[in-house]
Design a binder for this molecule. Structure first.
Ligand SMILES: Cc1cc2nc3c(=O)[nH]c(=O)nc-3n(C[C@H](O)[C@H](O)[C@H](O)COP(=O)(O)OP(=O)(O)OC[C@H]3O[C@@H](n4cnc5c(N)ncnc54)[C@H](O)[C@@H]3O)c2cc1C
Length: 581
């Protein structure tokens, strides 16, 4: 940077833009924050499944959880259920998609990411008098891993692979029976609140951040379509200009224009494609509940399909769903047919729409005085609710570097930019590997798509790479993709072979086994009396209004958004997502 930051300009009024603006305004009251959005281009309005760090952020910017949840038709999400990723043969998803056999599924929950409840209460070495899962500094250990004991039990034939989620995550029982994470006395049944995250209505999110935090904190809100960008001789942006001729100056610019990449594409940075990610198309739509008691699931469903995967994300008033597919294996028309067949008997609230993007990232995401936030800087694909999480990591890290410079009364230097770029790139790359391995660790060979993915995994030895991630030093419950998730994925995909080295102490195996049984039994005991998830949300968050009543209240808003989108589509090519578009 050339000078100290006195003003920040956020370009883009989607979730990424409003979150960035609100965060900067809350954290840096001495910096002037301006946000500008184009009335010609509505926010993308998809992206409903989130990661737990969203809750931490909302709390920190001062929004009351249940208040914003009600406003955004949100529900608690306890995890992600993967179905059919390793089982050959066609399954009748249309009639069968709310049920699957244990062999065919795996849950990834969040409640295990709670050392204080699950781990420190647990397995101490009786002689060494230390918590097995903490190193001498009290941090989760690298070699002493809770998971290793469970894996040893699996290896010894005392466990089945699907029991990993049941033994390690309190939320699994709740997910299995569509239960609420809170009981009627408001006790949280899954450790601390970070054991849960949310399904949110992406169309309703920006307004609550805008009205309740950003504007009250003094963010200057402008409307205008940026058409010109002025730079100094060194390539730093000095001002941006709207088509009406309004000029906006600033010291730092956050590009939150999503796939439009309005500032970033002028910065002369290399775009690095990710050709290994081939699932870069989607047909997506909001869907009406048919049988809300059954379909209101407190988790995301990720169902493997013949050419990709299909997500189901229940919100309070409706479900969100999309078929993410590989266009080299199926045409858009056929994917649309498959998607509609899947939902036969259900009503679409809006006609399914097709979107596509190029998977890739910019080589660096903070260049000169421009930071490319979230989808502006990189896009892999929507699996594992990663995208908003990457955006959040971006503006939060940017903010901490600004804070450090403010504290030291100095200009942000090259070192900080380097640290930012390294960290964000590491996160993007880790998530990319995690997503990719979901496909490539498969044993499926029943369609050309799965054959191709399986072969890639074999050629590039993804099994070994996955287990290596599990052991990466410092990869613990607080990491981007925590250690246990790599292990769970490998186990679910049948890639836990005898050559995987475990680090256990034989004299502790029985104690560990008892501990796992205790966790499972206590999760069940808590869960049996937990309320049905729908009933709980209805009563506690939605003042006894039914999902249909809330849907009716939202329909007008949805149809307004559709009308704007249709207008935009007819005045543009409709392709939204190559760098530079
Ligand atoms: C298919 C799909 C599924 C997804 N699923 C998930 C998910 O499950 N979980 C998750 O966390 N994320 C998901 N995402 C990502 C999520 O949708 C985004 O992270 C989120 O909506 C934020 O988008 P954004 O604000 O970066 O961009 P957008 O919402 O696209 O907003 C762009 C903004 O830029 C403005 N703009 C554009 N051009 C100009 C211009 N010339 N001048 C001024 N302003 C301009 C527009 O007006 C708009 O306000 C998904 C994304 C896709 C594509």
């Amino acid at each position: 940077m050339k000078s100290k930051i006195k003003s920040i300009v956020v370009v883009g009024g989607g979730v990424g833009g409003w979150f960035s603006a609100a965060w900067m305004a809350v954290k840096h009251p001495n910096i002037k924050v301006t946000i500008i959005e184009s009335d010609k281009i509505p926010p993308i309005g998809v992206g409903e499944s989130t990661l737990p760090q969203l809750g931490t952020m909302m709390k920190e910017i001062g929004l009351e959880e249940r208040d914003w949840m009600t406003h955004t038709n949100s529900i608690y999400k306890l995890g992600n259920k993967f179905v059919g990723w390793n089982i050959e043969g066609k399954r009748d998803h249309n009639t069968n998609h709310f049920w699957c056999s244990r062999w065919d599924e795996q849950y990834y929950g969040f409640s295990y990411a709670l050392p204080e409840k699950n781990i420190t209460s647990g397995l101490y070495h009786p002689l060494e008098k230390k918590d097995l899962f903490r190193n001498s500094k009290g941090q989760p250990g690298v070699d002493d891993k809770w998971n290793d004991y469970w894996l040893q039990l699996l290896r010894d034939g005392r466990k089945n692979h699907w029991e990993m989620a049941q033994d390690m995550q309190e939320a699994t029982y709740l997910m299995d029976y569509n239960k609420s994470p809170y009981d009627w006395n408001d006790n949280l049944l899954v450790g601390t609140w970070q054991g849960v995250t949310y399904h949110v209505d992406a169309n309703r999110f920006p307004e609550i951040i805008r009205d309740k935090i950003a504007i009250p904190k003094g963010v200057n809100h402008l409307h205008g379509h940026i058409t010109d960008i002025n730079k100094d001789d060194d390539g730093y942006i000095t001002s941006i200009v709207t088509e009406d001729g309004e000029e906006i100056t600033g010291d730092l610019f956050l590009d939150c224009t999503g796939f439009h990449r309005v500032l970033t594409k002028t910065m002369d940075i290399e775009w690095i494609p990710m050709p290994e990610i081939t699932t870069t198309d989607i047909v997506v739509a909001p869907i009406k509940y048919k049988d809300v008691k059954k379909e209101f699931r407190p988790y995301t469903m990720s169902n493997a399909m013949d050419e990709g995967w299909l997500f189901v994300i229940p919100l309070y008033n409706r479900m969100g769903s999309g078929y993410v597919f590989d266009k080299t294996e199926i045409s858009v028309e056929d994917a649309m047919k498959k998607y509609k067949k899947y939902w036969e008997g259900h009503e679409f609230i809006q006609e399914p729409q097709h979107m596509s993007w190029e998977a890739g990232k910019y080589k660096t995401q903070w260049n000169k005085n421009v930071v490319s936030i979230g989808m502006t800087g990189s896009m892999i694909e929507p699996m594992e609710a990663n995208i908003l999480g990457i955006a959040q990591a971006g503006f939060q890290l940017c903010s901490s570097l600004i804070a450090r410079a403010e504290e030291n009364d100095e200009v942000i230097g090259r070192g900080s930019l380097h640290a930012y770029n390294k960290n964000i790139d590491w996160l993007v790359e880790t998530i990319k590997r995690f997503i990719l391995f979901h496909y490539t660790l498969t044993d499926r060979e029943d369609t050309p798509f799965w054959k191709k993915k399986k072969q890639l995994g074999i050629d590039e030895n993804h099994k070994e790479k996955c287990w290596r991630e599990y052991r990466v030093p410092g990869n613990n419950a607080e990491s981007g993709v925590p250690d246990f998730m790599w292990a769970m994925m490998a186990v679910a995909m049948g890639k836990f072979d005898d050559d995987i080295k475990l680090n256990t102490k034989p004299e502790l195996m029985e104690q560990a086994n008892e501990k796992f049984s205790w966790l499972r039994t206590s999760a069940k005991r808590n869960g049996v009396n937990a309320p049905n998830a729908y009933e709980w949300h209805k009563k506690v968050l939605f003042s006894d209004k039914s999902h249909d009543e809330v849907l009716q209240e939202n329909l007008e808003k949805y149809s307004k958004i559709v009308k704007i989108k249709e207008k935009v589509k007819s005045s543009s090519s409709g392709t939204i997502a190559s760098p530079g578009n």
